[in-house]
Design a binder for this molecule. Structure first.
Ligand SMILES: C[S@@+](CC[C@H](N)C(=O)[O-])C[C@H]1O[C@@H](n2cnc3c(N)ncnc32)[C@H](O)[C@@H]1O
Length: 272
């Protein structure tokens, strides 16, 4: 696995990576520039970043997130998926992988009624340090490092997760195939967590050839797997989510020609 990951990473890091859109909302830009045109202030060298900033500060969900005090527009993606599939419930244990800046964790805290007096736990993990949220536990670290899973066990004690969320995204470089492979690798790191922690599993992937393989693999672990693209996900974004219901662990009755082992997926990811 380690060898495979290294090989995959070397494919992915083939050029300069651009920052992923996990940045908190640009209220400063709207206040200063009226929220219409940024071309006169942004880096003139990059039309792409000018367009990105213009689109971002005029985006309906960015504005809504600011008005409703969510840390990211991504919060609405989780709300829309939960409105449809109802996986967040009172008193649950929710593990939020790639939680920075905290929009999904805010929604999880609200929908599990986690207020310190209930049995609900919302535990977030991210490489980037997150500003604290009330009644939220945060672990800073990379989910590919084994000690992060051990630290999650320490927080949860003998409880396991009811829901594992992964909105993790690698830094995108704008090359579809590389971004897809990097996101498949990230999704596999999240799979390691859900294998240990159980529960519903909501995981992001950037569209590409490995989507079907990942789905086949997930179907060996969960009773039901659905693919969705919430309305709040931008049309031009290649992201989608798998909603996996009822963790069943390793399925022993799977036909021999069905890939039941994650190694299958990793080898496809590396050697395609
Ligand atoms: C799209 S953002 C998540 C937004 C979040 N769901 C929200 O609503 O605020 C993706 C996050 O995944 C994190 N991430 C990516 N790879 C990671 C890894 N291997 N370990 C931990 N965090 C990771 C990034 O640092 C980034 O903050």
């Amino acid at each position: 696995m380690e060898k495979a990951s290294k090989a995959l990473r070397s494919t992915s890091v083939s050029g300069e990576r651009v920052a992923h859109c996990a940045a908190p909302s640009c209220s400063w830009a709207r206040q200063k520039h009226g929220g219409v045109q940024m071309s006169h202030v942004a880096n003139r060298k990059s039309n792409h970043s000018v367009r990105w900033i213009e689109r971002h500060i005029n985006d309906r969900y960015v504005m809504k997130a600011q008005q409703e005090n969510y840390r990211s527009r991504a919060a609405y993606k989780l709300m829309q998926m939960d409105d449809r599939f109802c996986f967040l419930k009172r008193h649950q244990v929710v593990v939020d992988l790639g939680c920075y800046p905290g929009g999904w964790s805010q929604v999880a805290l609200e929908r599990t009624y986690c207020d310190g007096s209930s049995r609900g736990v919302v535990l977030g993990v991210d490489k980037v340090r997150m500003d604290p949220l009330l009644h939220h536990t945060f672990i800073q670290g990379d989910v590919s490092h084994k000690e992060i899973l051990d630290r999650c066990f320490n927080v949860l004690g003998d409880r396991r997760a009811d829901v594992v969320l992964s909105d993790m995204a690698p830094k995108l470089i704008g090359v579809k195939q590389d971004d897809h492979l990097a996101s498949a690798e990230t999704a596999l790191f999240a799979c390691d967590f859900v294998e240990q922690l159980g529960g519903w599993f909501i995981v992001k992937l950037f569209y590409g050839g490995q989507g079907d393989n990942l789905k086949v693999y997930l179907k060996t672990r969960f009773e039901r797997v659905r693919s969705v693209k919430p309305r709040a996900s931008r049309n031009e974004s290649r992201e989608m989510y798998f909603i996996c219901e009822k963790f069943i662990g390793h399925r022993h009755d799977t036909p021999t020609d069905t890939p039941t082992d994650r190694a299958f997926l990793v080898s496809c990811v590396v050697f395609m």
